[in-house]
Design a binder for this molecule. Structure first.
Ligand code: COI
Length: 355
């Protein structure tokens, strides 16, 4: 091991031996950048493969002003969480799904991607090096952010010749603070994704185009925006950063993933849990009218987990949903987080213990 890496690894070991937690106010966690101590970095150039990744102190990275990611947005990200169990073990939730989704996105964005094993090793190393930032059970989780970016210089519109895979982490709490139940605005002018575009992969370019709609909605007192399909404007798609579900009777429905909707890992897990509970689950196109007639609505994602929707407004018509005790979202969230934190038996093999 090179001397610099030896030093990092000694520092990781000596700190973790005598300090269980970093100096963080765990009661104040939101969803923001709280720097941790280490990040992971790995490069690949000239059509080669990723190799020689390593941990390094968390720091700013240096990029050429003509880096592909800065000029043409050639980049993908992932999001997953590390959980502390009651007996102080550390769990990841379905991390290989994130690795596969990154590989799928990389194909669409014409980028090389780390193998599943490389992705998992990088995530594990990053989490363990920063384990003092994994919040106490009940206070939050360690959000892990893998990034794949075109770091090589380009000027003509073309893929970069060098790529950087990077993993950093930050302790997080609740994504949407505020009253229980989102107050949604159904956006009928601006769109998030188009057929044939990148809405179905986790491209970094999918998010900032939603800022304007989000800001306009927030200015009117809404908490988030629900986008409609860009071809007909009739069907619901997803929020700025999560998938949506609606419940009517015993039928739980969510928009089918046909290229404009992100195949969420929480989405997929919630479908499986709801089926186990005996609900009928439909992945289909969902007219906005179905949203307005639903009994319950909620959104899912790694960051938002399962968050209830309290109300939705479409073209001036506002409807409210049940968010109280006995709701399905509540049962689903309890089961999902129970598995994620080791409180419930993981019969599906979704969690990965790391040590
Ligand atoms: C996640 O849930 O991990 C996301 O990707 C949402 C993020 C944009 C905050």
């Amino acid at each position: 091991m090179p001397p610099s890496l030896q030093k990092i690894s000694q520092s990781v070991e000596s700190r973790s031996a005598d300090e269980k937690y970093a100096d963080v106010n765990w009661d104040e966690l939101g969803f923001g950048v709280i720097p941790t101590e280490f990040m992971y970095i790995m490069k690949c150039s000239n059509g080669g493969e990723f190799s020689q990744g390593h941990l390094t102190p968390y720091r700013n990275i240096e990029l050429s002003p003509s880096a592909g990611v800065l000029n043409y947005g050639q980049g993908l990200f992932e999001g997953l969480k590390a959980y502390r169990t009651e007996d102080d073990r550390f769990l990841l939730f379905r991390p290989e799904e994130n690795a596969l989704r990154m590989q799928m996105g990389a194909e669409r964005m014409l980028m090389p991607s780390p193998s599943t094993q490389q992705f998992l090793d990088a995530v594990k190393q990053t989490v363990l090096a920063n384990k003092r930032w994994i919040p106490p059970l009940g206070k939050g989780t360690l959000y892990v952010r893998p990034l794949l970016i075109g770091s090589g210089p380009v000027l003509g519109v073309a893929p970069a010749a060098e790529y950087t895979f990077l993993v950093f982490a930050a302790p997080v709490g609740i994504y949407h603070k505020g009253p229980a139940g989102l107050n949604l605005y159904v956006e009928d002018q601006l769109h998030r994704a188009t057929p044939g575009g990148t809405g179905g992969v986790k491209s970094i370019t999918n998010y900032s185009p939603a800022y304007l709609a989000q800001q306009q909605a927030r200015a009117k007192g809404f908490s988030d925006v629900l986008f409609l399909d860009s071809v007909t404007g009739k069907y619901i798609e997803e929020l700025t950063a999560c998938n949506i579900f609606i419940l009517k009777g015993n039928v739980l429905a969510t928009p089918a993933v046909h290229g404009t909707i992100l195949p969420g890992i929480t989405r997929k897990s919630i479908i499986a849990i709801a089926l186990d509970f005996g609900y009928q689950v439909e992945e289909r196109v969902i007219p906005v009218e179905d949203l307005l007639e639903a009994d319950e609505a909620f959104c899912t994602g790694t960051a938002v987990v399962v968050t209830p929707i309290g109300a939705a407004t479409y073209q001036g018509k506002r409807v409210e949903y049940n968010t109280g005790k006995g709701t399905l979202f509540h049962k689903l969230r309890e089961t999902l987080t129970g598995i994620q934190t080791g409180r419930l038996e993981d019969k599906k093999g979704w969690t990965m213990e790391i040590n």
